[in-house]
Design a protein around this ligand. Sequence first.
Ligand code: PBG
Length: 342
Amino acid sequence: MTTLRVGARTSPLARTQADWVAARIEARGVPCEFVGVVTTGDVDQRALTQIGGTGLFVGAVRSGLVRRTIDVAVHSLKDLPTGAEPGLRIAAMPEREDVRDVLVGSTLDALGDGARVGTGSPRRAVQLQAWAHRQGIDLQVVPVRGNVDTRIGHVGSGALDATVLAAAGLRRLGRLVAEGPDGRCRVVSAGEGGTPEDGVVAQLVPTDVLLPAAGQGALAVEVAEDNELPELSAVDALDDPATRARVTAERTFLARLEAGCLAPVGVLASLHASPPSGTGDSQAQDLTLDAVIGRTIGSDVAHPAVPELLQVSLTGAVSQARQLGTELAEQALSRLGHDLRR
Ligand SMILES: NCc1[nH]cc(CCC(=O)O)c1CC(=O)O
């Protein structure tokens, strides 16, 4: 039996995700070992919007697959460029974690005029500005990046009133605790307890306020197409078809817009039972794709001109995930007059 070398970045989240995948492969009787890979995104501390380009975090991990220093790569799907990578295939998209963003440092209704919210994500910035506009408050969105603790540190020091992170990452790290009504929760330090008194006040943000990034909360487990180790069938078995359908629709939408992970685009696919059709097909599932596009592309994240959002939505058969993504993108592009594509 060959031990599969499972590669990922060395950040705490990447390591936790790789261990999560490795444990599931091992549950199928195949031993694994972790191989850490350092990437450009980890060593370059400039704002992500400045370094530019997609796939910053995944390039080095992928080249490990090609050079065969690893057999399996684990990525956050959100960080994976939408284009297919020649010679590689996504063997599994395991069951998705929480898709929502979480506001850390404040609840939504405690944000008042002039509140400083840190995010380097144009998607989050434009949706927060639009939400604040609807509430009649004036938010200051401050561009920040860095890991969870750096960002939460800015809240603790008073430099920011709040920051926004993906709930999935915090959950995987065991740092999102004490969930109560309206998604109120706490974010605790690594290793800290989980009583309601610990940590920082936080709130899971409903998706009608913040639509997530394509693939948020999901993992991509990637392998080289020409790696013929029989042990890799344990990796294919981790695929969750519902997650794959949803993520495929979201990523096709993003790809058709020719928008990368830094575009002001939120998109979420959800599965639900189809309305009765009279054909007796009780198993039929529909997929609804909701998306928002900020029209402030190219402008300063901190000071978007107008918090204007285009909202689009489409429902169809789950088997048509790719087509739904393309169709919704075409609808959005025609309404935008193609100005997203520069
Ligand atoms: N862009 C960085 C990134 N990529 C994946 C996650 C978290 C896990 C996920 O969304 O699946 C994060 C951090 C964040 O956005 O807060």
